[in-house]
Design a protein around this ligand. Structure first.
Ligand SMILES: *Cc1c(COP(=O)(O)O)cnc(C)c1O
Length: 345
């Protein structure tokens, strides 16, 4: 598919690495029934630009290009107190000479702290112009429109980016990723039985699925929920995939069976640690020197590990784990990750 008709800014030089993880695969196999497990590879989207980069970098290449085309001077977006998406949007704004404002949703009551570390520290260091903290359940779209209205009254022009950058335009970033991956599989002579990816606001899962369908990449995608179980998550992913396919002008019907979601690994709550996440973060750090994060990729990798131990991911399967970034929030969860404070089972 030709994506060149869509305006795009570039924030990363070249493709992100596609690498095997032999030490992790061996450690995982040792914990699987019969001592056999899958062969796990990783695509390093934690090495994307807008340092430290992550999946939002890809979405923002298309979203910011659209903002610039519309003559915006300020990016407005929303997220949780440790939002990677907010931090990377701010970094893109800095790079483009734009201002940036956030609406922060305190999804876990009492979790917002003005002196927090991790991404919150980077909000300050990158120089966010303003942020508003609102309680859980607030209409975030309306709150962002209010910020845009305030800017308009001051003669400025805001561009509103939805949570996670997950609309049709943002999803194009993962269509581009699908094409990049297809080329790498060809060049490196590797094929996969399955891709495992985090599924939150769904732009990554849905965009990648649209890219796989549009490019006829016949590899199933398993989305591990970071905030919802499949009954709630799958419809979001389906809608995102359809929106991206429509923007691409693809003449295809997305089937419900194309959307595969897994639940049970994000509990007790979005962003709240659990023991399987801690295990996953520790194992990746200690076998491959790769840093996962506590809110997203740690729980997604816990899902991959769990599915392998259950035999749903079969021994000998070639599995690709898509690393979506998130490293700074490690520093907001140090005591949980080192076992110094209790976490949920
Ligand atoms: C936002 C985010 C996700 C989830 O991606 P969505 O496109 O929102 O589903 C996964 N991992 C990390 C590190 C993220 O920041």
């Amino acid at each position: 598919m030709d994506l060149s008709r869509f305006a795009r800014r570039r924030y990363t030089e070249g493709p992100t690495p596609l690498e095997p993880m032999p030490r992790f695969s061996a450690a995982l196999a040792a914990s699987c029934p019969g001592g056999r497990g899958p062969d796990v590879w990783i695509k390093r989207d934690d090495l994307l630009g807008l340092s430290p980069g992550g999946n939002k970098t890809r979405k923002l290449e298309f979203l910011v290009a659209d903002a610039l085309a519309q003559g915006a001077d300020t990016l407005i977006t929303c997220g949780a107190p440790q939002s990677n998406h907010c931090r990377i949007t701010l970094a893109a704004a800095v790079k483009e000479g734009l201002k940036c404002r956030f609406v922060i949703e305190e999804r876990v009551p009492g979790s917002y702290r003005d002196d927090a570390s991790g991404n919150h520290f980077l909000f300050r260091l990158y120089g966010v112009e303003d942020l508003t903290v609102v309680p859980a359940g607030t209409d975030m779209a309306a709150a962002m429109r209010a910020v845009a209205g305030e800017l308009a009254r001051a003669g400025r022009k805001g561009y509103v980016i939805p949570g996670g950058g997950s609309n049709a335009v943002g999803g194009l970033g993962y269509v581009a990723c699908a094409q990049e991956l297809q080329q790498q599989m060809f060049e490196q002579g590797v094929g996969f039985h399955r891709v495992v990816v985090g599924s939150g606001s769904s732009g990554t899962h849905g965009g990648l699925l649209a890219g796989f369908l549009g490019n006829r990449i016949g590899v199933p995608i398993t989305g591990v929920g970071v905030s919802r179980d499949p009954a709630q998550q799958a419809p979001l992913v389906l809608a995102e995939t359809e929106a991206v396919c429509e923007l691409l002008g693809l003449d295809l019907r997305v089937r419900e069976s194309d959307v595969h979601c897994v639940g049970g690994y994000w509990q007790p709550k979005y962003s709240v640690p659990n023991a399987r996440m801690v295990e996953a973060v520790q194992v990746l750090a200690r076998t491959e020197a790769i840093l996962l994060d506590p809110v997203y990729t740690g729980k997604v990798m816990a899902g991959l590990i769990g599915l392998a131990r259950e035999g749903i991911i079969r021994p000998g399967e070639q599995v690709l784990f898509l690393h979506t970034g998130g490293m700074p929030s490690l520093f907001a969860y140090e005591s949980e990750l080192l076992g110094r404070s209790n976490v949920a089972a």
